[in-house]
Write a protein that binds this ligand. Structure first.
Ligand code: ADP
Ligand code: MG
Length: 691
């Protein structure tokens, strides 16, 4: 049998050009892709549940005889079918139905149906079940495995995906899908054979541990997560080696500019800023490209560190690019650098996506002409942006940018010959074990000291039944000349619902606090509107800002000293910490109120208690990892770290040390396995692993 990676999906029965095109949309081009397109979740249709044993909330297969079917007029007209099996009665409710459908559900018909059981007006009900009439005496067999639900796209049904995986599984064997993990590694880390794991995940047997599968803790998922993390590790290490082999401009230590800059700054750098600054200065003086990550809590003063690095390149006559993930942040940097560099006689250029027409052409010309400092958003990555002598790239809040984007800027060096140095700054403190894997291609510096004069934020955990008191607190703070944030958190992963909630809170608070100037900012507003609102808040024209988590990153308004976070239990600790970092930036004592909705789970209580007890981002990150509990898994999504197919950096953190060892062993003893692994897992990650 040939290797599945070399067989196109069109080899499967029923796959023509049109379907192949749809499959390509979800990344399925060959049969190996089909096998690595794993179910998101499963349904259990392997057993029939007696009606009398049904529980609300359960997804169940039920069999019975129709005892009656009537059109009822409730709030909405519906077809109500009563189904009996001798142990009880269940209602099937259809809000949309055809006459033919109604005729097919006559009294006495034997039905098998599947759906979610819920409490309804007539007892337990299933809305719009999938159903099939049972003809003849032979009952249809139940499913022999759990039913997979695959990630899909429009026009591609689960049925179809199941057929395709079924056909592909029939061709699966140890020779058609090579296992690139050598036996020695599989044995040392107790990993199951690849084909077994794949087969299991596509068609788990009826007795599979559904909870383990849902939480990603199953041995079969473990096998694949290990391989995926290993591959990721290999790609980053390879990337690092390739970059290290390139040449960068060696920048001599700067003398004049940093001195002038610090004189004008108005404060002295902290010890940590000096130490990290020296680490960077040393790297920049080498002819090997720097690849350094600065991890520093919110408010630690990363911008000053970035400026000192920039001055070393500027004094040597080179260009520096600074990039931030949002326009608001980029603009803040632009203003700061303009203010700092003007007295030194250095120009600053600005480039963002919204810059169009003549202004854009002028900016591009300015950059190509060698403007020393360039600040902007990801617009800086575009091909048409040409630098003259780019020696240093600074990226703020790195986790929002992908590895690919980092690579794109690396390629903007000098004459395609010299590679710029790279400085990456992140305010997401992550536990050491995770950092070593997520940023395996980078050296790390830690900015572990806050500037003096900050009073730590005092955090209160209050139930939302006391919302009125909290509103009074906001009134008092604002009347005393301070400013406040009111943050509405994500609702059911839906940006739309979240923005609506923010609008509702905005209206309520505007009404309750009639004498205050209240503003609103959320993700559905245009960039220009957001910038205007942010600016009004910064200038002090707005006293209270109602916001979604769009304000999370980097916004600096020192006069804001109170933050209310609604439903903090919905957020990961890392994100709460980021949010809270928006206050406590000035000299006034600051407060953060976590306005939770009761009742909290035990874990929820513990998590909020951590927020009350510490403001140290690293402690919070470690606790977050420790506290991950079943059912309340804090995924990578919440921390904004890398996304994987199967693995999750947070959940699989305990695999990481072994993955690193295995990566080392593989590169040493089985280097020929590296390329096929990268091809299997990262083909769609484009340039991952190449420069
Ligand atoms: P972040 O690390 O979150 O990016 P910023 O660079 O925005 O932090 O700095 C936060 C605030 O602290 C800014 O207002 C900045 O001017 C101020 N700051 C930075 N370093 C110092 C210092 N050494 N002493 C006093 N204030 C400082
Ligand atoms: Mg910052």
């Amino acid at each position: 049998m040939s290797e599945l990676a070399t067989v196109s999906v069109t080899a499967l029965k029923g796959v023509g050009a049109a379907l192949a095109e749809k499959l390509a949309k979800v990344g399925l081009e060959n049969l190996q892709d089909v096998l690595f397109h794993l179910p998101l979740r499963y349904q259990d249709r392997t057993r029939i549940t007696p009606i009398g044993a049904l529980r609300p909330g359960q997804d169940a297969v039920v069999e019975g005889i129709v005892a009656g079917a009537d059109v009822v007029m409730g709030r909405r007209r519906s077809l109500l079918v009563r189904l009996q099996d001798g142990s009880g009665t269940l209602s099937l409710r259809f809000f949309h139905f055809s006459q033919a459908q109604k005729d097919g559900l006559k009294r006495g018909t034997a039905l098998r149906c599947y759906g979610e059981v819920r409490p309804g007006a007539t007892g337990l009900e299933i809305y719009h079940p999938e159903y099939r009439a049972q003809n003849g005496d032979e009952p249809a067999p139940v499913e022999q495995s759990l039913t997979p639900i695959y990630p899909t796209t429009e026009g591609l049904t689960q049925q179809r995906l199941r057929q395709l995986s079924q056909q592909t599984l029939a061709r699966l064997g140890p020779h058609s899908l090579p296992d690139w993990l050598p036996n020695e590694i599989a044995r040392d880390y107790r990993l199951a054979p690849l084909d077994e794991a794949i087969r299991y995940l596509h068609r788990p047997p009826p007795d599979a541990d559904v909870e383990e599968l849902a939480e990603g803790r199953h041995w079969a998922q473990h096998r694949l997560a290990f391989e995926e993390l290993l591959t990721h590790q290999l790609s980053l290490q390879r990337l690092r080696e390739q970059v290290r082999r390139q040449q960068a401009p060696a920048l001599p230590p700067a003398q004049k500019l940093p001195q002038l800059y610090l004189q004008n700054l108005g404060f002295a750098p902290t010890g940590a800023q000096q130490r990290v600054g020296a680490e960077i200065a040393y790297d920049l003086a080498q002819s090997e490209p720097m690849l350094r990550l600065v991890q520093g809590d919110v408010g630690a003063g990363k911008t000053v560190v970035a400026a000192l690095a920039a001055l070393q390149a500027l004094e040597a006559g080179y260009q520096v690019a600074l990039m931030a993930p949002t326009e608001i942040l980029a603009e803040q940097h632009f203003l700061n650098f303009s203010k700092w560099l003007a007295p030194l006689g250095l120009d600053v250029a600005w480039l963002a996506g919204k810059l169009k027409g003549k202004a854009r052409a002028a900016a591009l010309e300015q950059i190509a002409g060698g403007c020393p400092m360039v600040v902007g958003t990801h617009a800086l990555f575009q091909d048409e942006v040409k630098f003259q002598r780019l020696a240093l790239v600074i990226i703020d809040e790195q986790h929002r940018f992908g590895v690919q984007q980092r690579l794109a800027l690396r390629q903007k060096g000098i004459d395609g010959r010299l590679c710029p140095h790279q400085l990456i700054m992140t305010a997401t403190p992550i536990p050491r074990t995770l950092a070593m894997s997520a940023y395996a291609d980078l050296d790390t510096s830690i900015l572990d000291e806050l500037p003096p004069g900050r009073t730590p934020v005092n955090t209160l955990v209050i139930a939302d039944s006391r919302r009125d008191e909290v509103v009074e607190r906001v009134r008092n703070a604002c009347q005393q000349g301070r400013q406040a944030y009111w943050v509405c958190t994500l609702i059911e992963e839906s940006e739309e619902l979240t923005c609506q909630a923010a609008e509702t809170s905005f209206e309520e608070l505007s009404a309750a606090l009639g004498e205050l100037r209240v503003g609103l900012i959320h993700g559905r507003m245009k960039a220009a509107e957001k910038a205007a609102v942010m600016d009004a808040f910064k200038q002090g024209h707005l006293q209270l800002l109602v916001a979604t988590t769009v304000i999370e990153v980097g916004v600096d308004v020192p006069n804001a000293s109170l933050m209310i976070i609604e439903n903090p239990e919905r957020l990961g600790l890392a994100q709460l910490h980021q949010l809270r970092g928006r206050v406590g930036r000035g000299s006034a004592a600051s407060h953060c109120v976590l306005l939770y909705h009761a009742p909290l789970s035990q874990l929820g209580r513990e998590r909020l208690a951590i927020m009350r007890e510490t403001t140290d981002g690293f402690v919070i990150a470690e606790k977050d990892l420790e506290l991950r509990g079943p059912g309340e898994m804090l995924g990578t999504r919440q921390t904004g770290l890398l996304q994987f197919k199967v693995a999750d950096l947070m959940r699989d953190a305990d695999l990481l040390p072994t993955v690193r060892d295995a990566a080392q062993a593989l590169m040493e003893h089985w280097p020929q396995h590296v390329a096929p692994l990268l091809e299997r897992w990262l083909r769609h990650g484009q340039q991952y692993g190449q420069v």
